[in-house]
Design a protein around this ligand. Structure first.
Ligand code: GLU
Length: 492
């Protein structure tokens, strides 16, 4: 049987980085086994539907190069791939469970449910084995009473959870996990609006789409008991399950949440999400992260090929990927590590592609594009994201915004003023780094002044700061007259 896996997000907002990792692991697993990677949009909860979220998901997967081969915009013979387009399919199955005695109608009003909850100890009310016979449903009402409710359409359908049954799940990552049915609630499977709930739609679709492995976040592990029961109710074979470890905050305490980006100062979304009148979130793409670096970083967030190998192309990851090597414990989101990956990928990247990647940013700033290739050569080993190149080296395109005055005061000796004037005047108008280096160093040795008195001041004059890439490269990119202007401005 060929492997078929799916990524099944709900379009309730931008796709969180944890969701991207789930998509990636599904993708790797599918490719590894020459299987099929499917995208299914789980939008049965119309109240939580967010316009643009589905497009965001597809755009993110496309940017990362981990696109499915079946899905709403990709086609495939198991469609439709969006649950709201499959409404009728679910109905038939919900009623089939009623026929089989595996589900029942319930008529409790929200107020009645609330009352039941409030009168239970510590709000521990569960609509299930112990309570259902004191509630308002087709098991407790007469046939006639039930029929009146059913005819008016005022009902939900609930699963009838069996009593005293051990439900065992063989999770590919966690091993055997078991639940006792008495602890499960009779989950609603069909809502009053005629829409199925997540549980029903999810397992029907996994069955009809012939999904062989369900690879998803740990938060769904507890629902799996219900899912396994539903498979039993229908007499269907359940797929294999693999529940991925949580992604933890950088502190290692608690799950990484969508607001942690703002709190810790880095993105937790692949692309920037900005919609009128809504909270916006920064994205890795816009922050200058390379897609392959992000994939590499995410792949190792919970999985390791077994040795110390870190830098891997997507093909290598496919080759090495296995569910057994996924860890059970949470994986700490370490932005330093993400930056390190990005740095490695930038270093290995073709310079012309880097130029291409930052051209729009340069245009937006009104920068001289002819300087970009030189700027990239000079800066690429000094940044860990592409965005930073023009931010750090802005002084190649505009005058320094400010000067490190403290250092200037320390390093600048007024008696050297004439040396700076002279240096400013002998600079060649154009030349490579060596041309400027020879010119300035010869002046220093001929005049007898000290490098330590000259170089730091020249640096501050040209760039505003003491630290930075090669000083003579900077001269070469700025050109003689611009450098002269900057030197004279500072010392005068
Ligand atoms: N719609 C669920 C989600 O948003 C899917 C969970 C699953 O993969 O079964 O994560």
């Amino acid at each position: 049987m060929s492997v078929r896996v799916r990524f099944a997000p709900s379009p309730t907002g931008p796709l969180h980085i944890g969701g991207v990792r789930t998509a990636l692991y599904n993708y790797l697993f599918a490719k590894k086994h020459q299987g099929t990677f499917i995208l299914r949009i789980e939008d049965t909860d119309q109240g939580r539907f967010v316009p643009g979220a589905e497009e965001y998901i597809c755009e993110s997967l496309a940017w990362l190069g981990i696109e499915p081969t079946e899905g709403p915009t990709y086609g495939g013979k198991f469609g439709p791939y969006k649950q709201s387009d499959r409404k009728e399919i679910y109905h038939q199955y919900a009623f089939e469970l009623i026929e089989k005695g595996k589900a029942y109608y319930a008529f409790d009003t929200p107020e009645e449910l609330d009352l039941a909850r409030k009168s239970s100890e510590n709000d521990s009310f569960k609509y299930g084995v112990h309570s259902r016979m004191s509630m308002k449903n087709s098991l407790t009402l007469s046939e006639g009473e039930s029929k009146t409710f059913i005819d008016s359409g005022d009902y939900v359908i609930r699963m009838l959870i069996p009593t005293d049954q051990d439900i065992k799940i063989n999770d590919e990552i966690r091993g055997e996990v078991s639940f006792n049915s008495n602890e499960l609630d009779d989950k609603v499977i069909l809502k009053p609006d005629g829409m199925p709930t997540y549980h029903l739609a999810n397992i029907i679709d996994d069955h009809l789409m012939e999904i062989t492995h369900v690879i998803r976040g740990e938060e769904w592990l507890s629902s799996t008991a219900h899912h396994v029961l539903l498979y039993q109710f229908f007499d269907w074979n359940a797929p294999s399950f693999a529940h991925l470890p949580l992604i933890l905050k950088p502190t290692g305490k608690g799950k990484l949440s969508k607001r942690d980006g703002a709190e810790f100062g880095f993105p937790v979304f692949p692309l920037t999400w900005a919609r009128d009148g809504e909270e916006s979130f920064p994205g890795f793409r816009e922050a200058g992260m390379l897609p392959n670096a992000l994939l590499n970083f995410l792949a190792l967030l919970g999985w390791s090929p077994g040795d110390d190998k870190e830098i891997m192309s997507i093909d290598e990851m496919v080759e090495l990927f296995s569910l057994e090597k996924i860890v059970k414990s949470g994986a700490r989101f370490d932005i330093e590590k993400a930056n390190w990956f990005n740095q490695q990928y930038i270093l290995a990247m073709d310079e012309s592609l880097i130029v291409e990647a930052i051209t729009n940013q340069a245009i937006a700033n009104g920068y001289d594009l002819t300087k970009l290739p030189y700027c990239v050569t000079m800066m690429k080993a000094r940044v860990n994201n592409l965005d930073q190149i023009l931010k750090d080296a802005y002084y190649l395109f505009e005058k320094p915004h400010q000067y490190d005055n403290d250092t200037f005061e320390k390093k600048y000796k007024p008696e050297n003023k004439s040396h700076f004037n002279q240096i400013a005047n002998i600079l060649p108008e154009i030349g490579d780094k060596e041309a400027y280096e020879t010119c300035i160093k010869s002046y220093i040795s001929d005049s007898g002044c000290k490098m330590g008195d000259i170089f730091p001041v020249l640096r501050i004059a040209l760039t505003g700061i003491l630290q930075g890439p090669d000083l003579f490269d900077t001269f070469s990119i700025l050109g003689g007259s611009e450098a002269k202007e900057r030197i004279l401005k500072l010392i005068n």
